[in-house]
Design a protein around this ligand. Structure first.
Ligand code: ADP
Ligand code: MG
Length: 481
């Protein structure tokens, strides 16, 4: 049987993800060296990071806090005692000869992540654990034709490894899991979630089985650095496994690499077992002992999380599910929306932000924090709509100028004479003109063609340059006709 790429026929995919998220911290997990991105190679390496003899690691308390904070946001068990172990292996970019990681006693235990699928359904994915560990350095193979260089700037940077249960069933779900994870980490500010800079990476474990059957043998695809690649790699890998099994073969457990150019995974190494790493507690580090008060203190500073925010927007502000999802998708967007909605009607604010503001931001290729129209300025303009100073139509014109110049709505309306005409005398004059100019239409209307009413309204609006108040036009027209 030949499968279409990315399909598994009547086989079910089983996927578990291991996410590596770099902790938002100015200094490393066990040293004071800077973590600033993009510095000169080897300019941010302390003696500890370079593994000089006799150097001792000292745990960075802020990183511990960030790990706990993330665990709480994932509704997970926080372990009051955790242990740093040595995971021993040799690699050129690992000067210590071991990585300090948490193996048998991670700082965070079981939790969960809720996915919102495109069809409106929800899926709960189990989190197995979150542990803290150091990153390794980086081998640079492209600097010289004959040598490999090592950059130790990343050596010792604090990572959270977040491991999921094998609960994901499609590549699409895996993509949603990554998006939701990134959203939460950004909300609580423990990781910037920037996959391009390598702040968030993922290993995908994939197997296939007959639905409801025993778990199949898995392969682990290492170091996926975009959501697109995660989806492509999983689809390719599952199809490959089904083809092998259907052809009478067996899957051997191994670690594979994804080649984004070819869209394929290939063998990197056969799977090692934990005992190959000779894990043991790092004798240079005490166990991490937390108090309940410390954990509760962090809990008290957790912000409202995206799911809660979204539900509140629907419940209290009566937004649609869709608008609520869009406006709570990101911390900055939510803050902007809440500032605007706090001063004017929530639905009006939601419409203007999701349609008009986002349209213009996209076109300009900028984010909401770079918007030339601040939340205060947008709410100023919406107030002019609400109190009938300008019509919704004129408002779009005003908004264009605001976006271009950054000026206040009121100033623009004043300068350009865009105030809505509400003076009945002036509107009556316009209506008289419209009636005088269209005697045949007036006759038709009077003989019963009611639909023509809209035509007269349109003419009056046009004649006034869109500035007359439509409600008053309607009322006066009815009288006159
Ligand atoms: P390791 O540390 O050796 O990679 P773990 O037991 O920690 O192994 O599992 C790593 C990941 O593999 C977890 O995310 C888990 O959900 C996933 N996983 C375990 N068994 C399977 C399976 N049969 N198919 C797919 N994923 C699996
Ligand atoms: Mg693994």
């Amino acid at each position: 049987m030949t499968l279409i790429k990315g399909t598994t026929g009547n086989w079910e995919m089983v996927i578990g993800l291991e996410v590596h998220a770099q902790i938002n911290s100015k200094s490393k997990l066990f040293s004071g060296a800077s973590t600033h991105f993009g510095a000169e190679p080897n300019s941010q390496v302390s003696l500890v990071d370079a593994a000089m003899p006799g150097m001792l690691p000292v745990v960075n308390e802020f990183c511990i806090e960030q790990g706990v904070r993330t665990g709480l946001a994932l509704q997970a068990q926080i372990n009051l005692k955790s242990i740093f172990d040595r995971k021993n292996y040799f690699y050129a970019d690992l000067p210590q000869g071991y990585q300090i990681s948490q193996f048998s006693h991670p700082i965070v235990g079981k939790g969960k992540l809720i996915l919102d699928m495109a069809d409106g359904s929800k899926r709960e994915i189990g989190i197995t654990r979150l542990h803290l560990e150091q990153d390794a350095g980086k081998s640079l193979h492209d600097q010289s034709p004959t040598s490999t260089f090592i950059d130790l700037n990343r050596s010792g940077i604090a990572l959270m490894e977040i491991v999921s249960e094998p609960d994901l069933r499609t590549a699409e779900e895996a993509g949603e899991y990554m998006k939701k994870m990134r959203q939460i980490l950004r909300y609580i500010d423990t990781c910037d979630g920037d996959m391009e800079k390598g702040s968030m990476r993922c290993d995908a474990n994939v197997s296939v089985r007959k639905p409801g059957g025993e778990l199949g043998t898995r392969c682990e695809i290492k170091n996926l650095n975009s959501i697109k690649n995660i989806i492509k790699a999983i689809e390719y890998e599952a199809t490959r496994q089904v083809e092998i099994i259907e052809g009478g073969g067996k899957i051997s457990q191994e670690t594979r690499l994804f080649d984004p150019d070819k869209g394929e995974t290939r063998t990197m190494r056969s799977k090692e077992d934990a005992h190959d790493y000779r894990y043991f507690p790092d004798p240079d580090l005490y166990p991490v002992i937390l108090t309940k008060e410390f954990v509760d203190g962090i809990k008290a500073t957790l912000p409202e999380l995206p799911d809660e925010k979204r539900a509140r927007y629907v419940r209290e502000m009566h937004l649609s599910e869709y608008d609520a999802a869009v406006l709570s998708s990101d911390k900055e967007i939510a803050a902007y929306f809440e500032e605007v909605a706090g001063k004017t009607d929530a639905k009006l604010s939601a419409n203007w932000i999701s349609a008009e503001l986002f349209g213009r931001l996209n076109k300009a290729g900028i984010t909401i924090t770079e918007s030339p129209v601040s939340a205060a300025k947008l709410s100023g303009m919406l107030a002019l709509i609400s109190d009938n100073t300008i019509s919704g139509k004129i408002a779009k014109q005003v908004f264009d100028i605001m976006f271009e110049t950054g000026k206040d709505a009121a100033a623009i309306v004043e300068e350009q004479g865009l105030k809505q005409v509400t003076d009945t005398g002036a509107i009556e004059k316009i209506i008289d003109e419209v009636i005088a100019a269209n005697p045949d239409k007036v006759a038709e209307y009077k003989s019963g063609k009611d639909k023509l009413f809209g035509f007269f309204v349109g003419q009056a609006m046009k004649l006034s340059g869109g500035k007359v108040n439509p409600a008053i036009v309607n009322e006066l027209l009815k009288k006159k006709l």
